[in-house]
Design a protein around this ligand. Structure first.
Ligand code: DX5
Ligand code: ZN
Length: 225
């Protein structure tokens, strides 16, 4: 009933002193995508890295780069991230000023388009741009940091988005970001997610392959309350 999810490990939780090695290790361990969290110290209260790092890592892996922009405004930097090697570029509606225009720009750059909903951001905020979207990401923590606790109140939103996506008849990925663990992943999959970001749950584990395999099995694992 719940197909095997894609796993997109978040590089934010990797050892920054040996990133290329970490990227190769998660690829060998079965990761499907690589999640790259871009933070500007303005849209979110943390600073991570930029397109230069993405460009440097591009030659070390074939995994699609799932780039999550937590920067405002995002528009002036979309081309730089596309050129650096992003495959999917996701933006927050609040990053402004014009979500529809940002999605058009990402499309025009030949990349897949994503939108990201913060915990307080309603489903209705993306209703009118669904035709431009290849991926919807649901934040199950407030953006800015890895290692936070999963916000359970987001589960009905995931289910509502699953229904909305199915009604389009289009292939739109439904990705969950924040606090995904072996315990919370089953809830995400029951609600209808097909892609899981996992920072701490993968890079914080001793054995990356076993951590990724556990998350991929989560659809067959009962939900614990
Ligand atoms: C938070 C980031 C997440 C974060 C996830 O702003 O968008 O991608 O790295 O980390 P974990 O899986 O540790 O919650
Ligand atoms: Zn993220």
């Amino acid at each position: 009933m719940h197909p095997t999810p894609r796993i997109s490990p978040s590089l934010l939780a990797a050892d920054f002193s040996r990133l290329a090695e970490e990227v190769r290790a998660v690829e060998a361990a079965g990761a499907d995508w690589l999640h790259l969290d871009i933070m500007d110290g303005h849209f979110v209260p943390n600073i991570s890295f930029g397109p230069g790092l993405i460009k440097a890592l591009r030659q070390h892996t074939k995994m699609p780069f799932d780039v999550h922009l937590m920067i405002a405004p995002a528009e002036p930097y979309l081309e730089a991230f596309a050129q650096a090697g992003a495959d999917i570029i996701s933006v927050h509606p609040e990053a402004g000023p014009h979500l529809h225009r940002s999605l058009q720009t990402i499309r025009a750059l030949g990349k897949k388009c994503g939108v990201v909903l913060n915990p307080a951001t309603p489903v209705s905020s993306i209703e009118n741009v669904l035709d431009l979207v290849d991926l919807i990401m649901v934040m199950t923590v407030n953006p800015g940091f890895g290692g936070q606790s999963f916000i359970m109140s987001q589960l009905p939103k995931i289910a509502a988005l699953r229904r909305m996506i199915d009604a389009t008849g289009r292939d739109i990925a439904l990705e969950i970001d924040g606090g995904v663990t072996a315990a919370t992943a089953p809830h995400c999959l029951v609600a209808g997610a097909d892609t899981l970001v996992a920072g701490t749950a993968v890079f914080g584990a001793g054995d990356y392959a076993s951590a990724i395999a556990t998350l991929k099995q989560a659809g067959k694992t009962p939900c614990q309350t």
